[in-house]
Design a protein around this ligand. Structure first.
Ligand code: CP3
Length: 351
């Protein structure tokens, strides 16, 4: 039994005494305590060492007081498990070697048994659950197929998604084959995380806005839906959050995937999103991450605005406060604490 189950209640659109808050990328470089652990191991080693992963997962719960932990890992562990070599290069970002550019490259990829290839995530989750002692829920996650596809095909971050676009436009059959393979691994991985203790899961479609609406409906949405439906079929009680960054024009279609909640990017007005979605799903978000560079008073003012814009809760609404994208590495931890304390104190008015 969770001692603080506000996140789960909000995601299920059940009554809550206040709005819960957690922050994307909350375990990370803005925390000196993270940098201390990170000085002993490179990023990939950190992900693969359960003791270290559990330690940094719990840091923001202890230091900042967030209402949920998210398991320390990365969306790119999936392409790595499929056979690609992954490196996170300091100040340059992630790199996947020998990118997938042809049918032969696709055939060389594995659809691994996740209980072997991603066993280290299972071990990290089990250890984290033990150490968290049910103080707050633990969130598991995976990248969406489209976002992982772009990383695998581009070999890293990208500006115009040239190679990914070439593949979907010129070789749609191969593209669908690769997306299907990745989806299989995502689904197995989400199920594994739930079965070893994750209390909710989030799917990150970080590069959603690279596609037109039509292409999104062909190359991303059906794969997200497939994973959500598979999770829901086996674990209907586990909330699923879909965060499709900047996919502001197709929120209703995303809500139709069967997920419990949608993560909102910071550039859509949350009142507008609630108006469009009509409490069909819970909403998560959506303070601009750069607002944490502002003064404490300005942070509180903007947080208040978001609570007001979401508005009064009914018996079937849900709001999880979060940033509208990941926290930036040079933000002051004290500023995040200001936000978290404010939401904890002020949000009860709306419930
Ligand atoms: O949220 C959390 O605290 C849990 C851990 C987590 C990380 N990455 C840790 C991480 C999560 C949920 C992610 C998701 C992720 N990873 C996404 C989706 C979210 C989003 O931001 O849109 C994406 C696109 C990635 C890919 C990735 N991994 C990027 C772009 C980077 C940053 C590269 C850089 O140097 O800026 C990473 C590395 C990474 N993942 C770091 C952390 C804490 C920093 C690495 C370090 O410590 O050196």
């Amino acid at each position: 039994m969770l001692k603080n189950d506000l996140l789960i209640r909000a995601l299920k659109r059940q009554a809550c005494p206040r709005t819960p808050i957690w922050v994307m990328r909350q375990a990370g470089r803005y925390l000196p305590e993270y940098m201390e652990v990170r000085s002993k191991a490179d990023f990939v080693t950190l992900c693969k060492t359960p003791e270290l992963a559990a330690e940094v997962t719990i840091q923001p719960v202890d230091i900042i007081g967030v209402d949920a932990a998210i398991i320390f890992s990365d969306i790119l562990v999936i392409p790595e498990a499929m056979g690609m070599r992954l490196e996170i290069i300091e100040s340059k970002g992630p790199r996947l070697y020998e990118p997938i550019r042809s049918g032969a490259d696709i055939d060389n990829l594995k659809v691994p048994d996740v209980s072997e290839a991603l066993r280290y995530v299972e071990d990290a989750i089990r250890l984290t659950k033990k150490q968290l002692d049910d103080r707050v829920p633990l969130i598991g996650f995976a990248g969406a197929a489209w976002t992982l596809f772009t990383y695998a095909v581009e070999g890293g971050g990208s500006k115009n998604y040239k190679y990914a676009k070439e593949m979907i436009y010129n070789h749609p059959k191969e593209a669908h084959k690769l997306l299907g393979m990745i989806t299989q691994v995502i689904t197995d991985f989400l199920l594994m995380q739930i079965e070893c203790g994750a209390n909710a899961v989030q799917i990150f479609d970080s590069w959603a806005s690279a596609l037109s609406e039509d292409d999104y409906k062909e190359f991303s949405l059906p794969y997200i839906k497939q994973s959500v439906e598979a999770v829901k079929a086996k674990h209907p009680e586990i909330p699923v959050i879909v965060f499709a960054k900047d996919a502001n024009t197709i929120l209703p279609e995303l809500a139709d995937t069967g997920c419990d909640a949608l993560g909102l990017s910071w550039n859509i007005d949350i009142a507008r999103a609630r108006g469009i979605l009509k409490d069909k799903v819970a909403l998560q978000g959506n303070l601009d991450p750069t607002m944490l560079y502002a003064s404490p008073d300005r942070i509180r003012e903007e947080a208040s605005k978001i609570l007001q814009k979401f508005g009064q809760h009914t018996d079937s609404s849900g709001h999880v406060f979060n940033l509208g994208h990941g926290i930036l590495p040079d933000v002051k931890p004290a500023h995040l604490k200001v936000l978290v304390d404010y939401i904890k104190e002020e949000s009860s008015k709306y419930h």
